[in-house]
Design a protein around this ligand. Structure first.
Ligand SMILES: CC(C)(COP(=O)(O)OP(=O)(O)OC[C@H]1O[C@@H](n2cnc3c(N)ncnc32)[C@H](O)[C@@H]1OP(=O)(O)O)[C@@H](O)C(=O)NCCC(=O)NCCS
Length: 179
């Protein structure tokens, strides 16, 4: 993996990069992984995983991450100055196929089965976003620059810049005035 200058680790993250995949972390990032490194209380270490050759996780400059899981089969981009709150999950795939037969085939195949059947779509999180604690960002999500995601929100879909998004299913409650 590649990481930039002044990476600050508070606690020990779990970072796993599959051969042929890419993890890149920009300058000035902070990754928190111990229980009280963020006083919201972290349930787990930060986990950053690429699961397939060709997958990527690209994290910009000055990004803060607290006990999040960032798990890519395809690709996840996080823009500069974005804050990822405590215990957030960013999952660009479903881990299991939706169809029962495919799911059972995969579960029962000792050789790992055809994991291409696991639904996966890239995630893009823009610059200057703020993701509230315990949110879940699902496959195919696109968050424009400056979006704020409320605590505990389940996000799927595409959102324009500067939206405040809350709830499950996530809804835009207002657009921030950036002037
Ligand atoms: C999203 C957030 C920034 C909005 O703050 P705000 O603009 O002051 O919004 P308000 O408190 O005025 O709430 C506006 C409406 O959204 C609802 N709402 C706010 N946050 C919500 C959330 N996380 N989930 C569901 N609904 C929420 C409120 O109930 C209110 O609904 P109403 O208009 O029907 O009464 C804030 O509620 C939030 O979730 N902050 C994140 C905190 C956090 O996780 N910090 C990081 C810790 S590591």
């Amino acid at each position: 993996m590649k990481y930039g200058k002044e990476l600050l680790l508070k606690g020990i993250p779990v970072i796993f990069n599959k051969k042929g995949a890419e993890i890149a972390i920009g300058d000035g990032c902070t990754i928190k992984s111990s229980f009280l490194s963020n006083l919201v209380g972290l349930y787990s270490r930060t986990i950053i995983v690429t699961r397939r050759p060709g997958a990527y996780i690209r994290i910009g400059n000055n990004v803060g991450i607290s006990g999040a899981t960032i798990y890519a089969r395809k690709g996840i981009t996080i823009g500069d100055n974005t804050a990822i709150g405590g215990n957030v999950k960013i999952l660009d795939n479903d881990f299991h196929p939706i169809e029962l037969e495919e799911r059972n085939n995969l579960l029962n195949d000792k050789n790992g089965g055809n994991s291409d059947l696991v639904p996966a779509k890239e995630i893009h999180i823009g610059r200057n976003c703020f993701i509230g604690c315990n949110s879940i960002i699902l496959k195919g999500t696109f968050l424009g620059d400056g979006c704020v995601v409320g605590a505990g929100t389940v996000v799927a879909g595409e959102f324009a810049p500067n939206c405040v998004i809350v709830g499950n299913p996530a809804k835009v409650i207002r657009t921030l005035d950036t002037n």
